[in-house]
Design a protein around this ligand. Sequence first.
Ligand code: UDP
Length: 331
Amino acid sequence: MILLTGGAGYIGSHIAVELLDAGYDVIIADNFSNASADVIKSIETITGTTPAICQIDLTDKSEVERMFQEIKIDAVIHLAGYKAVGESVREPLKYYRNNLDSTLSLLEAMEKHGVTQFVYSSSATVYGDPGIVEYTESLQFGAASSPYGSTKEMCERIITDVAAASELSAVFLRYFNPVGAHKSGLIGDDPDGIPNNLMPFITQATTGKLPELTVFGDDYPTRDGSCIRDYLHVVDLAKGHVSALKYCMDHKGVEAINLGSGRGTSVLELIEAFERVNGVKVPYKIGPRRAGDLAEYYASPAKAEKLMGWKAELTIDGMCRDAWNFAMKAH
Ligand code: UDP
């Protein structure tokens, strides 16, 4: 049984689908604070399988312990956590308390119950601003750009220390920019309130839910002046977790692995692709730079392929098509 924390969220629901399709038994642990119960029905519709659900506050050590007593868990994929960068700057304690406590409770229960495989949802933000555009895993941690980023780095450090003192085998998956949705259009990124990320902003500006998109800066030293990021399809990202789980099962120790495509796409290029593929106009204006944004970075995806045989397969056009398909079905 694979314990998938945060499995009702945007990324977690796609991982649940890939795990169930690959034949794993899955239990989703989620507090549903930023996810809807409908997502579970969608997972069932897509896979024809019903995952087990545990509604739980993972920061509550005794609840986590009870879950491990009741269910025989073989491995953990841990995504549950707060993830809004701006909010983490305004409410750092909320982020430190939640993101660290949940990871600690899980590690303690895993140690007690002899569970030794752990896949952790990390982020390219741990690299800080290394001064180069292609990020390899051999780079040191950079200065964290937000409390959210600090929690990712801290959890990687905690897991590394635990692994050094035990039989724990862990993979930190450092996500670049996941976008898109399942091709069924039944699950996807549907944030509450004003989105934090570019793709839901594009879809909501296009449906009219938001008046327009602001492109944060067109005076960066890039090919068209807008920022460049490494976008990857959420289904590719989800498959990366299945690969990481398999890797953990036959290796000891910890590995940090980038999940990215290795290709950079600018904000204006993404908008152009979205308009072309979907035959729509994205209302947008050019605005000032957003504080803290770097001009350009993308993943070196070589380690993921070498160690886990994983690489991103799906294109920018596919990401735009699937994001729009989901947005049209959801509204
Ligand atoms: N971006 C933008 N307008 C928005 C949201 C994002 O121009 O309303 C840009 C942002 O400057 C960055 C890219 O889109 O270059 C991706 O931003 P996002 O917040 O999705 O992810 P990040 O790369 O910051 O983790």
